[in-house]
Design a protein around this ligand. Structure first.
Ligand code: SAM
Length: 366
């Protein structure tokens, strides 16, 4: 772009004019132009279209850099990481969980963070508000006595030992105890739920049948082949259905049974609202047939399966909606409150497009 005069001895000589031309090129370069673009600007009138293209590219780069800065500031502890966690949970769920554990969160906290708070900086505050909403509710997920009985009836042999995983306050455990006479081991990582469950069993004179275990579902603290039946209503999603099928298998005796319920699509053409909601809340939501294929592949025979009833849905969302109205004034600014309110709204409006499905499986020889 500049050409000095070559001397007989081969040296090149540059003039003051050349130097100024270099300074001019540098000024143009500082606008983000390439050398080729600078040359074009030097040789003819400024090409506005070309500069506009450059401005658009710069705008994109600025936006990207602002996103990067926002993320780093959030990871340092001063911002919102919700969208980032949601995206990671959707694209790389196992790596996401492992990373949260590396950051010093316990297994319980990491799973809550993954599914509920999605916020590393205000996790405790979120969980406090979340528990405040649910503390007075008996059901912590959709369910009904009739559905639990129907699923138990589908189990070909009455079990003598049942492990309920993610038992909550024990409404299903009570039905299982009454309808089977089996020894029930109720596992949950929330001690307050187990306390309520013990109270319920005491009131019904069922305590002889009960042991409670406050532990995580990721690594079940039982020897191999301990149970005739595993029961998981609305809880397998927490570690992922495919992980649950693989990891829970060992505590189930040969030809034992597993009942799990999972949120599934009830239509192959869900609305945009439902898709957007579940992409954030449970990106692994599937059609029934996909789950059945996964269950077979994991070494189970699918004995029966059916959709949870409408009443199971209402048993959960009606009291939850009332509870939100009670707390509206206290928790209006709470993220947990807003998230639960959004769930109630979507599930009330679009609940015909998705719902829990109950699967009764037999463990095949491996
Ligand atoms: C959606 S609720 C379902 C509760 C109950 N099965 C029902 O239908 O009402 C999920 C339950 O799993 C428990 N839970 C969540 N994460 C858990 C974990 N990592 N290990 C064991 N239990 C967990 C919760 O405390 C809660 O009781």
């Amino acid at each position: 772009m500049i050409s000095g005069d070559r001397q007989p001895n081969g040296y090149r000589v540059y003039t003051e004019k050349d130097l100024q031309r270099i300074l001019l090129i540098q000024k143009l370069q500082s606008g983000g132009l390439t050398l080729k673009e600078c040359k074009a600007c030097l040789e003819e009138k400024v090409n506005k279209a070309l500069l506009m293209e450059r401005v658009t590219v710069l705008d994109k780069e600025i936006e990207q850099k602002q996103q990067s800065k926002k993320l780093l500031v959030a990871l340092i502890g001063e911002g919102d990481t919700k969208a980032w966690h949601e995206d990671l949970n959707k694209r790389a769920p196992d790596a996401h969980l492992e990373w949260l554990l590396t950051q010093g969160f316990s297994d319980k906290e990491a799973l809550q963070l993954k599914w509920l708070s999605k916020n590393m900086n205000e996790h405790d505050l979120y969980m406090n508000d979340f528990m405040k909403i649910f503390e007075t509710l008996e059901r912590w997920g959709p369910g009904s006595e009739e559905d639990t009985k129907k699923a138990l009836l589908a189990v070909p042999k009455l079990p003598e030992s049942i492990l309920e995983i993610g038992c909550g306050k024990g409404l299903s455990a009570e039905v299982l105890a009454k309808c089977s006479n089996a020894e029930i081991t109720a596992l949950d990582n929330e001690q307050s739920a187990l306390d309520r469950l013990e109270q319920r069993f005491a009131q019904q004179c069922l305590v002889d049948q009960l042991s409670t275990v406050c532990a995580g579902m990721t690594e079940l603290p039982f020897p191999k082949n301990s149970f005739d039946l595993l029961w998981a209503e609305g809880s397998a999603y927490i570690i992922g259905v495919e992980n649950a099928l693989a990891q829970w298998r060992s505590v189930l005796r040969k030809h034992g049974y597993l009942m799990l319920s999972d949120m599934v699509w009830r239509t192959s053409t869900p609305s945009c609202e439902s898709i957007e909601f579940w992409e954030q809340e449970y990106p692994d939501i599937q059609l029934v047939q996909t789950r059945i294929n996964q269950m077979k592949k994991a070494g189970y025979q699918v004995i029966d399966h059916f959709p949870q009833s409408e009443s199971a849905w209402l048993n959960y969302y009606t009291p939850l909606g009332k509870r939100l109205s009670e707390l509206e004034r206290d928790l209006a600014d709470s993220s947990a409150f807003k998230d639960v309110q959004n769930e109630v709204n979507i599930c009330t409006q679009f609940g015909h497009e998705f719902g829990y499905h109950m699967f009764i499986l037999e463990k095949l020889n491996s």
